[in-house]
Design a protein. Sequence first.
Length: 133
Amino acid sequence: MLALTSKGRVFAHPVNKHANHYGQLGFRKFSIPDPHPREVNKSPAVLDVELVPKSLVDPYANASRAIRTAPELLTISENLADVDDQAIGFCTDIFEIPALRGVEAAQIAAGSRTSFIRTKTGRVLAWGANEFG
């Protein structure tokens, strides 16, 4: 999910554990409220999580026609294993896309695998899936 402010800032929200499978969030690391707090009467605990795009886990997956075995690296933080992401509220915040700080956006578009912005000057920027260049 993408959000655009009236000042042209762009934010993203990971709607589930696979929200960054193609890098379409524009960031990998963020925090969510801990669904299983360790101690009672403490300030709300948070989990630091990472959703690594599959292109970074196995960057050469499409480099040859040879059959490749799945990499051992995880695309989802281990501490998310028992977090229920069926409701969008599993993550309560939206996060500014770091690479777009200082870039004033006029329009945004969110696809299932790619995200786009159009700047005030008419440039179009995209990130996410890039199988076909």
